[in-house]
Structures are given as structure tokens and as C-alpha cells.
Design a protein around this ligand. Structure first.
Ligand SMILES: C[S@@+](CC[C@H](N)C(=O)[O-])C[C@H]1O[C@@H](n2cnc3c(N)ncnc32)[C@H](O)[C@@H]1O
Length: 309
């Protein structure tokens, strides 16, 4: 299957990053290479871009797409290893970084990968990194009811998480749940009809299991701080999120890093806290109407940018 992905808020990200010719940049979520390519074009043959992705297909296809740029390096790694990857390349400080979180359209649309609730006969998988031994199959067939309810409720914000978890456990007593279609059917019968009219009954559960399989939220706060730590003065970090849970983490960390001393102003400062970044936009940037008509997946995207002080 051809790697196809619409790069969300491409122009807004480039404006936010304010790419400097000759600068050093990091793209933690290479995907189809759209944001990376836009950075490389702005670097105009100077400077350097290094990008990571967990998915071999993304690394292969973007490496081919970007082969004409000699100042580019793709590394198969979790972006949470940012510091180690930078150290390995001998890079101390960077001028900017971008994280476009979540899954690519290629991953969602490629039925073999098991991310989509629209496919039926696909084995439960949902791994971004297919060399990992932990997939949706292990979550659905291995987690106890309490843990299933917790992840479906927390990561999917699914009101009927309790019913779904209970029905998963009941169903697998007979035989393991193997396909995406079987999981969709369980979600379908766990949710009352009137709550299924607006959204697909399996949407939130699939999101929750995908987040669990790929550990999407754990360590996100730490890597944001790691990246900011290595930004040069005036360097920028742009992050695109697609659901409220990851956006909350980004918002909280950006707020924390942009707040200075919070001591009572009548007395000398005892906390020693200093502003490390400034938020480039007070409110998150969202996709334009033009973009929304070209790509409906941009609908839930929020872009936040900070600049190192
Ligand atoms: C939304 S897509 C990025 C698309 C890309 N910006 C473009 O323009 O084509 C997200 C990509 O990030 C990868 N990814 C998600 N979490 C990751 C992580 N923690 N470490 C490395 N790659 C990750 C996914 O495998 C996917 O290919």
C-alpha cells in the first residue's frame, strides 16, 4: 500500500517554527515526511534535520521521499529517546522541533495494521513499532476487567467502558478475541442505541487501546522538557495534538515552563523559578476551513508553539 498522509497545518507549523536557514531541527514524528520536507525546503541545503519514527514503513517511505536532501537523517526510534538520538548524532542544541502526535492516515487506512474499526478480519494489532511484542491482542485478551475499564474510560473517555470491559471478559471466556471485527461487535452490543447515533460505537475503545499499546501518553511530559532543555535561545517547539488527553499534557507543561516566580510579590523570591519559554500563541491554533474541507482528520488537531527564552 502506498504511504499517503495529509500533513496537518503545514504552513501554520512552518510559521510557528520560524525555520532558520542553517539551523538544526528535529521532527519526532516523521510519518510520511511532509513536515520534514517543508523544514528541509526552508533550510535550503544548509543546516540539518534529524527525524524519528517508530514505524519501519514511515522510515522507509520518508527516507525515499527525502533522499535528495543530504542534510537529513531518519532514525527508527521513539521520540522519547530524543536526548540519546541527538547525542548519538553529536548534536548538543537545536533551533527547533516538531511533534505531530498520534497515528498517520497510512497507519489508519492500512487494514493490515489493525488500527481501524472499519476493518473486520484484521488481527488485533495497533502497534506503531511492529518489532514490539505487545499488541492490542495482548491488551484485549490479557488485561483483567478492572484494567480494561480503566484504560477504556481514561484513554477513550468512553462512558460505557464498564459494559465494554465486562463484555470483553465474558466473550474471551469462550475463545480469544482475535479480530478487529470481533472487538467492534462487542462495543456495538455494549452501548445503548441512542448513544451510537453520532459516533461509531468502537471509536473511543479503539483510541484507548491504541494509546495503551503504544504508550502514547507516558513520558510525553518528560520529552517536552528534554526538547525545551536543548533548544537554543529563540528556538521553538511546535506540537500538534489530536485529543484532549495529550493536549492537556502539552498545555500543562507549556504553562509550567512559561511561568516564573510565583512567590508572594511583597517578599523576596524564595522559589527561584524562572520563565524558560514563552507561549507564541495564547490559544491553540486550529486548522483553517480550507484545510478542513481537504482533510477531515484535521478537525480535532490543535497546534501549540513555545519559544525558548
Ligand atoms: C501524525 S503522523 C506524522 C505525520 C508527519 N508529520 C507528516 O507530515 O507526514 C505520526 C507519526 O508519528 C509516529 N509516532 C507516534 N508516536 C511516536 C513516538 N513516540 N516515537 C516515534 N514516532 C512516533 C507514528 O508512527 C506516525 O508515523
Amino acid at each position: 500500500m502506498k504511504f499517503s498522509h495529509y500533513s496537518v497545518m503545514l504552513e501554520e507549523c512552518m510559521d510557528g517554527l520560524s525555520v532558520k536557514k542553517g539551523g538544526t531541527y528535529f521532527d519526532g514524528t516523521l510519518g510520511g515526511g511532509g513536515h520534514s520536507e517543508a523544514i528541509l525546503k526552508r533550510l535550503d541545503g544548509e543546516g540539518f534535520l534529524f527525524s524519528t519514527d517508530l514505524d519501519d514503513d514511515a522510515i522507509l517511505s520518508a527516507t525515499e521521499r527525502l533522499s535528495k536532501f543530504s542534510n537529513f537523517k531518519a532514525v527508527k526510534s521513539n521520540f522519547k529517546n530524543f536526548k540519546a538520538v541527538a547525542d548519538e548524532l553529536g548534536i548538543d542544541c537545536i533551533d527547533g522541533a516538531i511533534l505531530d502526535l498520534g497515528v498517520s492516515s497510512y497507519q489508519l487506512d492500512n487494514r493490515e495494521r489493525g488500527f481501524s474499526y472499519m476493518s473486520r478480519e484484521t488481527r488485533l494489532d495497533m502497534r506503531m513499532d511492529r518489532s514490539s511484542g505487545f499488541s492490542a491482542y495482548e491488551v484485549v485478551n490479557g488485561y483483567d476487567e478492572k484494567k480494561l475499564k480503566f484504560i477504556i474510560s481514561c484513554y477513550g473517555e468512553e462512558k460505557f467502558a464498564g459494559n465494554i470491559a465486562k463484555n470483553i471478559v465474558e466473550t474471551r471466556k469462550i475463545k480469544p478475541i482475535e479480530t478487529t471485527g470481533e472487538l467492534v461487535d462487542i462495543c456495538d452490543r455494549s452501548i445503548p442505541y441512542k448513544f451510537k447515533r453520532d459516533t461509531h460505537p468502537a471509536k473511543k475503545t479503539f483510541q484507548a487501546i491504541r494509546i495503551e499499546v503504544n504508550g502514547e501518553l507516558s513520558g510525553l511530559d518528560t520529552v517536552l522538557k528534554d526538547i525545551v532543555d536543548r533548544l537554543k535561545k529563540g528556538g521553538r517547539l511546535a506540537v500538534i495534538t489530536f485529543h484532549s488527553l495529550e493536549d492537556r499534557i502539552v498545555k500543562t507543561i507549556f504553562k509550567e515552563l512559561s511561568q516564573g516566580c510565583d512567590c508572594d510579590k511583597r517578599y523576596p523570591c524564595v522559589c527561584g523559578k524562572k520563565e524558560i519559554v514563552r507561549e507564541v500563541n495564547k490559544k491553540p491554533i486550529v486548522a483553517s476551513d480550507n484545510e478542513l474541507s481537504a482533510n477531515s482528520r484535521s478537525k480535532s488537531a490543535k497546534l501549540r508553539v513555545v519559544e525558548k527564552l
